[in-house]
Design a protein around this ligand. Structure first.
Ligand code: BG6
Ligand code: MG
Length: 222
């Protein structure tokens, strides 16, 4: 019989970015919503739940499921670029104040506890956003979404663990998206969800916000 998942021995924390470290999830939504409105395709917060954590091209495919006409590859590429322009405009003024409360303290506590840290974000904008948020130096590794299959595939989390040289079973993944939680579990890691437990049923624990994460509740002393 297995006991409680947490606290557990752990050597590394692997973080998602959008919706976990900073409040960009709704900016992705607003950028997609603007695009969907412009092309007359119905899109709302409910459909958006399926986009969370999902890469740009797949997100567009999900939105276009409700389109009344087909779109060719060149058109799709242009639409995805347009959305990315809206999103980049939205994060242009981001700075350290846009981190969720508690993030700098958590990254500091992880370092103090001797844990390694990595980022596993599907966003091609992640490296630039980390720089703007002033936390690029707090991560030992940043997995490249261009080199891994998109979430819910575990590839990005496995790549992050490999870059750290830590076995997946010794990692805890932290995610706000159902697709990301699935990826973490498929990678053989323990998963902490950030958000609504009803949306993140696969997670081993769910917290309402990253600021509520106390390391000692999740990581046991070895
Ligand atoms: C994820 C977001 O982190 O990154 C998704 O949750 C987004 O909403 C995805 O679509 C890809 O981001 P980008 O910046 O490469 O378009
Ligand atoms: Mg996310």
């Amino acid at each position: 019989m297995s006991g409680p998942v947490f606290p557990r021995p752990c050597r590394a924390l692997i973080f998602d970015l959008d919706g976990v470290l900073t409040d960009t999830a709704h900016l992705h939504y607003r950028a997609w919503k603007r695009l969907a409105d412009e092309i007359g395709v119905p899109f709302d917060e409910r459909v958006n739940l399926r986009l969370k954590g999902v890469d740009r091209a797949t997100s567009l495919e999900i939105i276009l499921e409700r389109a009344t006409r087909g779109y060719g590859d060149a058109e799709k590429h242009a639409l995805a670029e347009r959305k990315n322009g809206y999103y980049r405009d939205a994060i242009a003024g981001f700075g350290r104040d846009d981190l969720f409360p508690g993030v700098p303290a958590l990254l500091h506590a992880a370092r103090e506890a001797g844990l390694r840290t990595a980022l596993a974000s599907a966003s091609r904008n992640a490296p630039a956003l980390l720089q703007r948020l002033g936390i690029a130096g707090d991560f030992d590794a940043v997995a490249d979404p261009a080199k891994a299959r998109p979430k819910p595939d575990p590839g990005l989390f496995l790549a992050a663990a490999a870059a750290l040289g830590v076995a997946p079973g010794d990692c805890i993944g932290i995610e706000d998206a159902a697709a990301g939680i699935h990826a973490i579990k498929a990678a053989g890691m323990a998963a902490i969800g950030i958000g609504d437990p009803a949306d993140l049923a696969e997670a081993d624990a769910v917290l309402p916000a990253i600021g509520a994460l106390r390391l000692e509740d999740f990581v046991s002393k070895t």
